[in-house]
Design a binder for this molecule. Structure first.
Ligand SMILES: NC(=O)c1ccc[n+]([C@@H]2O[C@H](COP(=O)([O-])OP(=O)(O)OC[C@H]3O[C@@H](n4cnc5c(N)ncnc54)[C@H](O)[C@@H]3O)[C@@H](O)[C@H]2O)c1
Length: 313
């Protein structure tokens, strides 16, 4: 297996899950990922780490040697950065993926599991819960890039016989997460635990899931990887409002006197979707079910942040 982005949050949990039964090669440029996430595997003979970019043909050629299946998790993962630097985001996410797919095609490696996004590709759809059949209407450049990549996975599956699964992931949380709302709240509280400023009005409500549930969904879908292109929503079925997440993080940190202040407005930032509710009927019909309830998932995420970066006082 090749896991691009395997030093990141989701990718490293996938390595943990696969390494006992598979040879695993990780290709990562360590831009947002860290070798700390892979420290327990570096001496494992089944594990190989290659530092480099998915857009480098020579590096990908080396990484893909002897590999049958690629988990493509490398990406610029920040929606806000994709608004500030759209072409830069396009080059990493879309051009980088095209370069990867081209090396795969030329090397006859045609099995790919792609980390797409269940929230951002659907945008502000009125179809809630949102099944896979709903058309893409992204309101962020990050979501547009995920949609573009999915379209190429569809064409590659027809033209070059690729077997492709697109995991349309909900917001994923758990240990090693160093971006997103829980991480932002923790950093802010570490600076000043008396007040937590929340972007938007706190009413934004989204689908979430725990990282180990996301990994189990990826494994289940890989076992039955068929020819063609298959987008599958991956979420827990539970949703959380931002205001509730703020309360849970404060409680998990053992704080009592923190005041929550809302910046106001419907959205946290440009490109932020105010409501996602991802329909997981397809995934459930394949026998998958979430194991970690969201309050526990947040607890694990906060516990890891405290262990890694210190307590909040
Ligand atoms: N975390 C979520 O809530 C979530 C939700 C939906 C989709 N996703 C997608 O899942 C994937 C993993 O996300 P994550 O949250 O683990 O983020 P992450 O930032 O922890 O992981 C991304 C990894 O990709 C690496 N990387 C970035 N650009 C690269 C490049 N050009 N070449 C090689 N490596 C590169 C980074 O160093 C990092 O290790 C991404 O594709 C992301 O868009 C994440």
């Amino acid at each position: 297996m090749l896991i691009t982005g395997g030093a990141g949050f989701l990718g490293s949990h996938l390595v943990d899950r696969l390494i006992d039964t598979h040879e695993v090669v990780v290709l990562d440029n360590l831009s947002t990922g860290s070798m700390d996430n892979l420290a327990v595997h570096v001496d494992n003979p089944r594990f190989t780490f290659i530092e480099g970019r998915i857009s480098s043909e020579a590096v990908v050629k080396t990484a893909i040697e002897g590999v049958r299946t690629v988990y493509h998790f490398a990406a610029q993962p920040d929606v806000r950065l994709s608004t500030e630097l759209p072409y830069w985001d396009f080059e990493i996410n879309v051009v980088g993926t095209m370069k990867l797919l081209e090396v795969m095609r030329k090397s006859d490696v045609t099995r790919v599991i792609f980390a797409s996004s269940g929230g951002t590709i659907y945008g502000e759809t009125e179809v809630l819960p949102t099944p896979e059949s709903v058309a893409f209407r992204p309101i962020s450049n990050y979501g547009a890039a995920k949609g573009a990549i999915e379209m190429y996975l569809s064409s590659y599956s027809k033209l070059y016989d690729f077997n492709a699964i697109s995991l349309r992931l909900a917001n994923t949380i758990g240990s090693r997460l160093v971006h997103g709302v829980i991480y932002d709240f923790y950093r802010s509280l570490k600076q000043d635990s008396t007040v937590l400023e929340v972007l938007g009005d706190g009413e934004q409500e989204k689908s979430y899931l725990h990282v180990t549930d996301a990994v189990e969904a990826a494994i289940l879908l890989t076992k039955d990887l068929q020819s063609g292109f298959h987008p599958v929503n991956v979420a827990s079925g539970e949703r959380l409002k931002v205001s509730r997440i703020a309360q849970l993080v404060i409680t998990e940190l053992g704080l009592f006197d923190t005041q929550i202040e809302y910046a106001g407005g419907k959205r946290g930032w440009a490109g932020d979707i105010t409501r996602t509710d991802i329909d997981i009927s397809l995934l459930r019909s394949l026998g998958w079910q979430p194991r970690v309830p969201l309050n526990k998932a947040i607890g694990r995420c906060v516990a890891w942040l405290v262990k890694k970066f210190g307590p909040v006082e």
